[in-house]
Ligand binder design. Sequence first.
Ligand code: SF4
Ligand code: SF4
Ligand code: SF4
Length: 283
Amino acid sequence: MSEKAKKVTISSRRRFFTDVAYSGGLGLMGALLWGGYADKAKSSPLTLRPPAAVEEEDFLKLCIKCGLCAEACVNRPANIDKETGRAKPGTLKMAKAGDKVTIGTPFFTPRDVPCYMCDDIPCVVACPSGALDVEKVTNKETGELDFKMMNMGIAVVDTNSCIAYWGIQCDACYRACPLMDDAIKLVYDRNERTGKHAFLKPMVNMHSCTGCGLCELACVTEKAAIFVQPREIALGKPGDHYVKGWDKKDQQRVANRAESDLTTHDKRSEKKPEDYLNMGVEY
Ligand code: SF4
Ligand code: SF4
Ligand code: SF4
């Protein structure tokens, strides 16, 4: 081989290894970037999880992203089109990039496909990891599955855009609810403006609403005036220092508090008024 040919071969080999190293580097960088993105692609707080999902923090630790819940949902007999024999889109979707939900985890969007509150709750039964906890939907007395115990969220009525609150007769959400007259009621109210018309306003019972979203799908307004939100978002959360005297869990919480957990405020309230005399700011 001539000197020139050797140089060309060596330089093409070098270029080959540089290219391999470069593309390997890019691949590694891509993997790191993707890993970082997947890690950062946290779920929006408005994400609705499947029935019987455990608390979000635990759900993310337990869910192995196997998709068995979504598969059980799409293949349930009621979801198979009788004419074509094909499955319609299921309720549960596995999150992809751009969904604003942790990638690979199941969620649902009621305005697209709500949860049909299946009697046999196949999605929960299929979950192998405990991310969907069958105990949460099992009646302790009968030992049977009870779809009324589902807790995906709670429906919220936007009283500004719900046309029933304008005085127009509409009961689409009420009629769509599988727990009609329990989870949702139409409440009569007098229309003071006209003096002769009545309102029939949909109102949701937070104790019975499961968050299935059938009402959201049925709503006739362009953007649903009734929509499901996770319970903690819809109902809010008081500070941990508030105690409900009538709530057994709260009473136990207070009884369990160690002396070291007491706040300055608690300790201050143990003092008698005369203890404060001449104490300056040293409580
Ligand atoms: S209960 Fe809801 S989410 Fe579960 S399988 Fe039935 S329709 Fe799907
Ligand atoms: S079946 Fe359970 S573990 Fe599998 S994706 Fe669904 S929630 Fe996650
Ligand atoms: S989400 Fe709507 S349809 Fe479902 S139980 Fe609640 S009020 Fe009824």
